[in-house]
Design a protein around this ligand. Structure first.
Ligand code: BES
Ligand code: MN
Ligand code: MN
Length: 454
């Protein structure tokens, strides 16, 4: 196979080019990185053009731009839509990185840097697979549309509009995404389920201003204490979310599926090692795999207020804040859950404080059958690329576009993950195993080839 030789011969160039991509700090949540976001979008557009994609465009949205391109010269062959994101999570806390987040470095067979696994490395895998096919065969085996967005990490809030507006251009026989993980090293995986995500922020106000804790303390509400009391009440002793109605619409997962998921070559020992905590906790009655893949949760993501500087300050803060989120599973409806959460929080809070409640983003869960012949092509390509049979898994993370695409077009969504659960996505020292990056390029090129004969 010529394209495999091409990929093998370009390893160094591919790696150097990926590093270039990783050096752009395209953090979508921070306004100070707006110029970097634009730079990353341009970079992607340029490389897509160089790979031979046509009609490559940087399309403005209400937020960060979308990069779109296509190659539609394979009549009678399937058309697939490739989706990924060029934005990344903030790199903080910077001091915890072994090498700087935006100065990619190779150590022990891994490439370190923000975005290596999530998702620049995985986007690059596809860009290079497409380029390899184009350069070695002069054409692509199937029709490919590419859409790489810049605000996945902030909840893809402008995506709905985009999908509505460009419905025709996005139409395809399948969606292909590489923004997930393999079950374990050497175990190629296809993900057929993701949790949804609602993200919330609250601001609790007590007094009209900060107060001297000696002069006022004892008689006035302390929003920080009240916030702590509030969150202490949101789980019960069995690890369940203590919000009335929260579990009402949770779809029952069949015995057969639970058995299959629990029988995967997934090791609790490895999970515990990655976590590194003294112990695990979670909803009673479910295995860890079930807790992270098929059960909904509520997590406190950040809490602040009052004095956190050096030394002591005797103050009763006027305000306290929290960021928190709920992971959702089929068939929980994000709007409904947001209402339940707000209602319950307002009910729990004492009358002595006021509360501003915001929903920052909402996203539906996704799960779908993997019976379409495209999945067989994926399975076979992964096996060829990694020398091992692929497994079908669900995962706990969220990718809003997958649900939107599935709901809009009901097409098969094929999620080929090349990250690993312990690669520190969203955390310091994020990395990708180079073996998976290089293997991924070959497997993906193989996959596009196999799609042509479905
Ligand atoms: N790539 C992840 C999603 C993911 C991670 C799926 C691991 C499966 C396994 C994506 O970039 C992400 O982080 N999504 C956010 C959701 C978003 C709405 C902020 C997430 O899951 O927190
Ligand atoms: Mn991602
Ligand atoms: Mn992410």
């Amino acid at each position: 196979m010529l394209f495999l030789e091409y990929i093998e011969s370009k390893k160094n160039e591919h790696l150097e080019e990926l590093k270039e991509f990783l050096r752009i700090p395209s953090v979508s949540t921070k306004s100070e990185n707006k110029a970097d976001i634009e730079r990353a979008a341009k970079w992607v557009a340029e490389k897509l053009r160089a790979a031979g994609m046509e009609n490559v465009e940087i399309v403005p949205t209400g937020g960060h731009p979308m990069v779109f391109g296509e190659w539609l010269k394979a009549p009678d062959k399937p058309t697939v839509l490739l989706y990924g994101h060029y934005d990344v999570q903030p790199a903080e806390p910077l001091e915890l990185w072994t090498s700087p987040a935006f100065e990619p470095a190779v150590r022990n067979g891994n490439l370190f840097g923000r975005g290596t696994a999530d998702d620049k490395g995985q986007v690059h895998i596809h860009m290079k697979a497409i380029e390899a096919l184009m350069k070695s065969e002069g054409k692509l085996p199937v029709n490919i549309k590419v859409m790489i967005e810049g605000e996945e990490e902030t909840g893809s809030t402008n995506l709905w509009n985009f999908v509505e507006k460009f419905r025709d251009r996005l139409k395809a026989d399948a969606l292909i995404v590489s923004d997930t993980s393999m079950l374990a090293p050497g175990v190629p995986s296809v993900t057929y389920g993701l949790r949804g995500l609602n993200y919330y922020q609250i601001e609790i106000t007590g007094g009209a201003q900060d107060m001297h804790s000696g002069v006022f303390g004892g008689a006035v509400p302390n929003p920080l204490t009240i916030l702590c009391e509030l969150f202490a009440k949101l789980h019960d002793k069995n690890g369940r979310v203590a919000i009335p109605g929260f579990y009402d619409k949770v779809a029952k997962v069949s015995k057969a599926e639970r058995k299959a998921l629990n029988g995967l070559p997934w090791k609790l020992k490895d999970f515990k090692k990655t976590v590194g905590a003294a112990g695990l906790c979670g909803e009673k009655g479910f295995t860890v795999v079930e807790q992270i893949w098929i059960r909904p949760t509520m997590e406190l993501n950040g809490i602040w207020g009052g004095y956190i500087g050096e030394g002591a300050k005797t103050v009763i803060p006027a305000k306290a804040y929290a960021k928190f989120s709920t992971r959702l599973v089929p068939d929980q409806a994000p709007e409904k859950i947001a209402k339940l959460v707000e209602k319950h929080i307002r009910k729990l809070l004492p009358k002595t404080v006021s509360c501003k409640f915001e929903v920052l983003s909402m996203g539906k869960p996704w799960v779908a059958p993997y019976t379409h012949p495209f999945f067989e092509a994926a399975h076979s390509a992964l096996e060829k690329g990694f020398g091992k049979r692929a497994v079908f898994i669900r995962e706990g993370g969220s990718i809003p576009f997958v649900t939107q695409m599935y709901d809009t077009f009901k097409v098969p969504c094929i999620l080929l993950g090349f990250g690993l659960p312990d690669e520190n996505a969203h955390a310091p020292d994020e990395h990708i195993l180079l073996e998976n990056y290089f293997g991924g390029i070959k497997a993906v090129a193989q996959f596009y080839k196999e799609l042509a004969s479905v």
